[in-house]
Design a protein around this ligand. Structure first.
Ligand SMILES: CC(C)(COP(=O)(O)OP(=O)(O)OC[C@H]1O[C@@H](n2cnc3c(N)ncnc32)[C@H](O)[C@@H]1OP(=O)(O)O)[C@@H](O)C(=O)NCCC(=O)NCCS
Length: 173
């Protein structure tokens, strides 16, 4: 998942919704989706990650960005869904599901064998979204058992799991 330098690249089209890869210099147009999706620390952090993260994909409808997902490789074989957000007017229509399915295909294409995501404990739409794609709750003890304590701690550091969030996991087959 290296950073793409060319223009916005079209990846898939489903029911008129296009999923495109968004390079660094085009990402500021997505900030308004974050502004209506997050507040406080999360809004500031998501805007910073939008500018830095290796992969951002956007869902577009009639050329307008309506959703986005930010993706990162934590270490070889391990993908992380940093943020997913959909513009309020386009929620509950399957846009986030489409973005997440696309992200899992991308992880698989680059050789990932597992994926993580973290969500706020009381964010039901978000936890349901990930559950529908096979993600289940995990924790530091479980991740340490599979990867060893040092690697698990390093992954936690990269994922920036903060108090009040739960970590989700699924294998990619
Ligand atoms: C969470 C979010 C991304 C979901 O986007 P969406 O496009 O509305 O989600 P989808 O329409 O693809 O729905 C996917 C699943 O999520 C669940 N879901 C979505 N909205 C829901 C709601 N308001 N209440 C309960 N479950 C909901 C459903 O289970 C749905 O599956 P279903 O279609 O089989 O019922 C969106 O609500 C959002 O942007 N929220 C603010 C940002 C955020 O919290 N992001 C997640 C943490 S990074």
């Amino acid at each position: 998942m290296g950073q793409r330098q060319a223009g916005v690249r079209l990846l898939t089209v489903v029911d008129g919704i296009e999923i495109v890869d968004v390079p660094l210099d085009k990402r500021s147009t997505l900030e308004r989706i974050l502004e209506e999706s997050f507040e406080g620390w999360y809004l500031r952090h998501s805007k910073r990650i939008l500018r830095e993260v290796e992969t951002v994909r956007a869902a577009r409808y009639s050329g307008e960005p309506i959703g986005l997902v930010m993706l990162k490789t934590l270490e070889e074989g391990v993908g992380y869904v940093y943020y997913v957000a959909v513009a309020k007017a386009h929620r509950a229509k399957g846009v986030a599901s489409l973005l997440l399915k696309d992200a899992l295909r991308l992880f698989k294409a680059v050789g990932a064998v597992e994926a993580f995501a973290s969500v706020e404990k009381d964010n039901l739409p978000s936890e349901r979204l990930f559950a529908a794609e096979g993600f289940v709750r995990t924790n530091l003890v479980e991740v340490s058992r599979r990867h060893g304590t040092l690697r698990a701690l390093n992954m936690y550091r990269l994922m920036v799991v903060v108090p009040g969030e739960v970590l989700l996991h699924r294998a990619i087959d």
